[in-house]
Design a protein around this ligand. Structure first.
Ligand SMILES: Cc1ncc(COP(=O)(O)O)c(C=O)c1O
Length: 406
């Protein structure tokens, strides 16, 4: 089933925040999306029916155990993983990535190399840069002015000393989708691990961790219509071997090995509801088929709307669009960033915010690409993201606002 404006208008009714504030244009999806009524209900139900700890010998505790397992299984299907045993939960992507880098760092020797990129969010750079304190050499793949990573530089920087390559699936700053197949080929040749930051990728594209052949993949529920829960996929057998920070009393097996303390089980129930909501827009016999079908069609809708915005905003005098264009056949996320000659990104975002148009300005923690593109002095970028609930009317309002500012 295709996803059209008619479906979008129907979907909007499922998001309480959109119903409550019909005049607000939430074009800030890359910063965080709104949640559905089903997510709110799932979280409320968890608190109302089984707000107890796990592994108890009484009914509400058994229910929490059952729900956590169900959520792991549903998220595993969402990511195309073999089973829920590959799925660990945490506070957010950044915290999980720090836990992982700390553990992997303990297995590395002085002079071993880790590769990151100039395009990534700090959440996928900082945890790896921290390993420099242990004598690990952290190198970065160069970002080109086009908003794409330099493939030749990537090939040159994956060396026999490379132990891990941490790369984003898609850039939250520019919408670029990276060549993950190339990253996998290069890392395979030298026996390095491949870690994918899919925080900006997961809301816009179906994911198949097995087809990507990823060793680790991270994403975050609040970017795809769910609550604030971080997700780590680990290839079977990998996490069990890592010296993670954990208590002696904690279950040492994957996926629990990296999950310190008590999980936010109510939010995790909400995360399951978010994935099931996405699936409800797809058709097919099983959950995986419905997720892939829904994501594929929603992705097309978002892409078309983002392209309309991109092509129109690009033609406004005094506006420069950064990042890859929407050339036929190019895969990119529906996230478009601009600068204006006559206003900083902050001034523009404020003026638009005063008109109830929610867009972000600055670097969105993607400080390295903003620095490399020479945009720090100008206050960074003005970023617009299209989500499944955004309409042409909202984009038209945004364009009118920008035209005035330009
Ligand atoms: C591409 C990307 N990676 C990582 C993160 C960090 O995610 P979290 O807030 O879950 O730590 C973000 C958040 O905006 C992001 O956009």
């Amino acid at each position: 089933m295709a996803y059209t404006l008619e479906h979008c208008l129907r979907a909007r009714q499922d998001f309480p925040a959109l119903q409550r504030n019909p005049g607000l244009a939430f074009l800030d999806g890359p910063g965080g999306s709104q949640v559905t009524r089903s997510v709110v209900d799932a979280i409320a139900d968890a608190y109302a029916s089984c707000n107890v700890n796990t592994h108890g010998n009484f009914a509400p505790s058994r229910e929490v155990d059952r729900r956590l397992e169900a959520a792991r299984n549903v998220v595993a299907v969402f990511l195309g993983a073999k089973s829920g045993d590959c799925i660990s939960f945490g506070q957010n992507m950044t915290t999980l990535n720090f836990s992982l880098s700390t553990a992997i760092g303990r297995t590395l020797q002085k002079g071993d190399e880790v590769l990151i990129t100039q395009l990534d969010h700090e959440g996928n750079r900082g945890p790896w840069l921290k390993l420099e304190e242990r004598g690990v050499v952290v190198r970065e793949v160069r970002l080109l002015e086009s908003g794409e990573l330099d493939a030749g530089d990537m090939a040159a920087k994956v060396t026999p000393r490379t132990k891990l390559f941490a790369i984003g699936g898609s850039a939250n700053s520019l919408g670029t989708v990276n060549d993950l197949a190339l990253a996998r080929r290069l890392t395979r040749q030298v026996g390095a691990l491949l870690l994918i930051d899919a925080v900006h990728y997961a809301p816009h594209f179906p994911i198949d961790v097995q087809a990507l052949d990823a060793d680790f993949l991270l994403c975050s529920g609040y970017k795809f219509y769910g609550p604030h829960v971080g997700v780590l996929y680990s290839r079977p057998g990998l996490l069990d071997r890592l010296p993670t920070d954990r208590l002696s009393v904690q279950d040492p097996a994957a996926p629990y090995r990296i999950e310190t303390g008590t999980l936010n089980s109510a939010a995790i129930d909400g995360l399951r509801a978010a994935v099931e909501y996405i699936a409800s827009w797809g058709s097919g016999a099983g959950l995986r088929e419905r997720i892939v079908d829904a994501m594929t069609h929603i992705s097309d809708y978002e892409h078309d709307l983002a392209k309309i915005y991109h092509d129109a905003v690009r033609s406004i005098p005094g506006v420069r669009v950064w990042g890859p264009d929407f050339a036929e056949g190019r895969v990119r996320a529906p996230t478009v960033s601009i600068t204006l000659d006559k206003a900083t990104a902050g001034e523009a975002a404020k003026a638009l915010g005063d008109q109830d148009i929610c867009v972000w300005d600055g670097d969105f923690y993607a400080s390295r690409p903003v620095q490399v593109l020479g945009l720090v002095e100008r206050g960074g970028l003005l970023r617009t993201g299209i989500s499944m609930y955004n309409t042409r009317d909202e984009v038209n309002r945004l364009l009118a606002g920008i035209e005035k500012l330009a």
